[in-house]
Design a protein around this ligand. Sequence first.
Ligand code: F3S
Length: 397
Amino acid sequence: MHLTQQEENMYDGEEGLGVEKCMEILVALGDIYGAKELVPITSAQISGVSYKTIGDAGLEFLEELSKDAKVRVPSTLNPAGVDLAIWRELGFSEEFTKKQLAIVEAYQKMGVSTTCTCTPYLVGNVPIMGSHIAWSESSAVCYANSVLGARTNREGGPGALSAAICGRTAKYGYHLDEGRYPNLLVDIETSANGSDFGAIGYMVGKEVGGGIPYFKFKTPPSTDQLKWLGAALASSGSVALYHVEDVTPESKWALNVMQEDKIEKLSINRNNIDEIRGKLSTTNEKPDLICVGCPHASLEEIKRVADIVSGKKLENMLWVCTSISVKAASDRMGYTDIIEKAGGKMVCDTCMVVAPIEELNYKVVGVDSAKAANYVPNMCGLEVVYNDLENLIIEMK
Ligand code: F3S
């Protein structure tokens, strides 16, 4: 791989040990994937934050790196394992939280913004179309590539952090035009709503694997619906980019490069969607914990939750997972108050998958996200029910 003189110097350790280690990671990745060069990036989004997923080995790696490395581009963090403010109230242990706080502190020392969210594009980390970035949370990668038209591979946590510290990443895959051609045409023959988008994403992700679907919907999806679709595509498959006809910014270009008569096709009708929705639940029992906000909820989604629970008292616990910034807006709008009066909680910095919810004595988790339905049984060992929020809440008698 060709390196500029400055990159050679970084690789040789002239800018410190941390930069040297990170350059080694970037060059190794570039060699594996056949990159010819590195490309400057404008933003990073870094996963590998929850103590539940990275453990002591991850914490040690970060503490070591934070001794002399700093990020060169605006960088944000993925969700951590606890709400950094109300962890005790939610029932998380002191031991776990101590380790979690040390991880966040190491990132902060390196200059990473500790917003801890998988929807960085809702809190100011918004790359412009065509810009090269290094993001690692799979749902955010899908959103950045597809909805914003930025260019990123599905980086691993160390890859994204190395890119942030070096200000560049290996140029291959989704950074190149030829890495962005669609290879499956998906015709949604029915109108879709709410959790249908997760079910569609789940089904298509399984079909396309690491490919690039091009969707035709009856009506244009909203940004929240695109968020749910992409999260599900990225969890059942390894999708990093999709196009939606007349909606996503590269869809016209994609239509031109796609040979519609030769490309593989998939049609999805109402029965297909309902069948998948059923399969995403592992039990018929009532959920004792409902978690919405996977990916982290937007203000519009929180408003919807507030509208649904307004004036009610819930029998099951409700978590609305979001970022600290969106919660601040929700507080001001009065949505938080409505949700808390119904017995729910606004949970920031974390989510139902990366938090150790299996230690909180819940048995059945109700979710409206196909990604969460896919991950909660494996990552938390709990039963899951997939449905729209209206059908998950139980009112107190
Ligand atoms: Fe985000 Fe957690 Fe879902 S990181 S995408 S809320 S699994």
